[in-house]
Design a binder for this molecule. Structure first.
Ligand SMILES: [Zn+2]
Length: 59
């Protein structure tokens, strides 16, 4: 099993996926940062919901 480390936003009709290999340019997150290591006040760059609204794509 390989893990992607990707997390998807569960905000209404958003679907933004955080990929640690890409980071979040708009949120000033450099690539290589794991979702778990994002600051607690980080928000979805698309719809603005908090980290708690994200769900891991790894099963
Ligand atoms: Zn979102």
């Amino acid at each position: 099993m390989s893990s992607t480390g990707m997390w998807q936003c569960q905000g209404a009709s958003c679907g933004f996926i955080y990929d640690p290999a890409r980071g979040d340019k708009r949120g000033k997150i450099p690539k290589g940062i794991n979702f778990e290591d994002l600051p607690d006040d980080w928000k979805c760059p698309v719809c603005g919901v908090s980290k708690r609204m994200f769900k891991s794509l790894d099963v």
